[in-house]
Design a binder for this molecule. Structure first.
Ligand code: GTP
Ligand code: SPV
Ligand code: MN
Length: 586
């Protein structure tokens, strides 16, 4: 008798017609064999064995370097279930369009069957997925990013409970690139891209788009959130989860070396990108990191900004679309190291800063999480870690203060739902354009965003001890165009205040948008920031926020009658609070 998995693989192989089928077991021997194969066909270049043992360098097709949101589809039966912020195709249309592309697409290639677990091996919160792919590069990355191979096959057994994902590089042609999600069937089809979030199907496709739909049905949460533990001088660790849009600082915050370490505040990493959360028996929301590795932005990563990851990625890692020095070491802008002569850029050409940067702005490293010196002792706790606070944030050059606290859960949901951020290189398209990115989930919510907000509001009513909700902005700029806040390890000063507020302490001032730290409430010793700069960082200008009210209304109006009434009420209340202050100022 064959298992549901075997039957599905057989069916897909009949359609895609690979030359070979390789069932991945996740072993070291298999990994060595795949790496050898990729060294031979040129997908991989071995890095310096002394300084980067078992590390590999890879360049993708220059047309395939970031997520492509315009060809990412939510294929729900009804269009309104995808909502106005997602691209939609009916399941039948998607299959009619993309199905033929898969026909015979693996001829002459090997199909890798990649069974994987999202989450700690024995956690009840974890789930199994199986990806079929004709890319050895994808299989190698999945081995780092998930618990892949035998552990997953064993957890699955003969059960049909896995999320199937079919992936082919095809001919890597942007005109034939489709990332389709079938939230009702819990199925993923990805064609024509080998890039991260498009191709490593456990990550954004399963752990966010499909999982968010499952979470709503089953009463839990799947979020684009890092998870960290903040240790206080008494040794008590409090866990926080933070949602920032792509390339807005999750990995850096999750792995930071605290500037307050000498006074006893230390940060431990549980996860850097995704959080799955369920209500625990203690009434707290408990979070697991579904991933096993970090797929991080390389540029800007240095011994100064993120020493923990710099140490972690010295072995068993993959570097994609960075520069390659003559010494066969990876190099990128902001690494803080000399590159020497003879460097090759991410397109394989001799480096010439007049032509292009050495590393693509969205170049990435793939590194096993357990290699990070800052990894939390509880990062694989099957029960997850209890979350005391949620933090939203984005890139806002103007208007938004360094930190503020929402008044209560519904107001916090409003803050998350209306958060904005300037776009980055993590997705194709213009960079630096302000867009609303609710909960940093705009490109990742597998269903109608209005229903998603409804789910958030419903969860707030169900969680006996809900996390307090905050908003941060590390990216406010002065009139000289420079960041006002030093960021990185100094962000712990903000986390410390958040921790104090979550414990019912910490001094704050009420403003129309929420509570901001009282003038002396942030610990600033040893920090070279003037009083005037701190004032500029914390300033809430009611007139600037009032200017946002119309834009929020226009955004909310897109959702029509599906918009939860609570959010309309929050919008009205914000308007009232702002006009009260504005009238008083006159
Ligand atoms: P994804 O992996 O795309 O989800 O990104 P992420 O949210 O994990 O972002 P990451 O931590 O990789 O940071 C992206 C960019 O923001 C990098 O170039 C960082 O150097 C920069 N960055 C991160 N934290 C800070 C900060 O506190 N201040 C400033 N100014 N820049 C930061
Ligand atoms: C993001 O873009 O949010 C990432 C990288 O974390 S990707 O895997 O491409 O989604
Ligand atoms: Mn991300």
């Amino acid at each position: 008798m064959s298992t549901p998995l075997e039957r599905w693989v057989e069916e897909q192989a009949a359609h895609t017609r690979p030359k070979n089928i390789h069932w991945c077991d996740g072993s070291d021997a298999e990994s060595a064999q795949l790496n050898e194969l990729m060294l031979r066909d040129g997908t991989f270049t071995a890095l310096n064995e002394k300084t980067y043992p078992n590390c590999f360098y890879s360049r993708s097709n220059p047309n395939d370097v970031a997520r492509t949101e315009q060809v990412t589809f939510i294929c729900s039966g009804k269009k309104e279930d995808a909502g106005p912020t997602n691209n939609w195709l009916s399941p039948a249309d998607a299959k009619a369009k993309v199905g033929p592309l898969f026909k015979g697409c693996m001829e002459g290639r090997t199909m890798y069957v990649v069974p994987y677990i999202m989450g700690p091996v024995s956690s009840p919160i974890s789930k199994v997925g199986v990806q079929l792919t004709d890319s050895a590069y994808v299989a190698a990355n999945m081995r780092i990013m998930t618990r892949m191979g035998k552990v997953a096959t064993e957890r699955l057994g003969s059960s049909a409970e896995f999320v199937p994902g079919l992936h082919s590089l095809g001919d890597v042609n942007p005109d034939r690139r489709f990332i389709c999600h079938f939230p009702e069937e819990k199925l993923i089809w990805s064609f024509g891209s080998g890039y991260g979030g498009n191709a490593l199907l456990g990550k954004k496709c399963f752990a966010l788009r499909i999982a968010s739909a499952m979470a709503r049905e089953q009463g839990w949460m799947a979020e684009h959130m890092l998870i960290l533990g903040l240790e206080d001088p008494a040794g008590k660790i409090t866990y926080l989860a933070a949602a920032f849009p792509s390339a807005c600082g999750k990995t850096n915050l999750a792995m930071m070396v605290s500037a307050l370490e000498s006074s006893g505040y230390k940060v431990w990493t549980v996860g850097d990108d995704i959080s799955w959360m369920q209500i625990g028996p203690d009434g707290y929301l408990h979070a697991i990191n579904p991933e096993a590795g970090f797929f991080g932005v390389a540029p800007g990563t240095s011994a100064h900004t993120n020493p923990n990851v710099m140490e972690a990625l010295r072995k068993n890692s993959i570097f994609t679309n960075v520069g390659l020095t003559a010494n066969r070491e990876p190099w990128w802008e902001g690494i803080g190291l000399p590159h020497g002569d003879g460097m090759i850029d991410w397109q394989g050409q001799p480096y010439d800063p007049k032509v292009r940067t050495a590393a693509h702005p969205n170049s990435r490293y793939t590194v096993p999480a357990h290699q990070a010196p800052c990894i939390s002792k509880r990062w694989e706790d099957p029960a997850g870690v209890p979350i005391s606070a949620f933090i939203f944030g984005g890139r806002r050059t103007k208007t938004v203060p360094l930190v503020f606290e929402a008044f209560d859960w519904p107001h916090g949901v409003f803050v998350g739902a209306t958060m904005g951020s300037e776009t980055t290189a993590a997705a194709t398209g213009a960079v630096g354009v302000l867009r609303r990115d609710p909960m940093a989930m705009l490109p990742f919510c597998g269903y109608n965003m209005a229903d998603y907000w409804g789910h958030w509001l419903a969860m707030g009513r169900r969680i006996p001890h809900p996390p307090k909700i905050f908003h941060v902005n590390w990216f406010r700029k002065g009139s000289d165009g420079k960041f006002l806040w030093p960021g990185y390890g100094e962000n712990v000063r903000v986390l410390k205040w958040i921790l104090e507020r979550a414990e019912g302490k910490g001094k704050a001032v009420e403003t129309p948008i929420g509570f901001v730290p009282a003038p002396d409430a942030l610990t600033l010793d040893g920090l070279n920031v003037t009083r005037a700069t701190m004032e500029a960082l914390l300033r809430v200008d009611p007139a600037e926020f009032a200017g946002d009210l119309d834009d929020i209304k226009t955004f909310f109006d897109k959702f029509g009658t599906k918009l939860p009434a609570e959010l309309r009420a929050e919008h009205a209340k914000l308007g009232e609070r702002l006009s009260r202050v504005l009238v008083a100022q006159k």
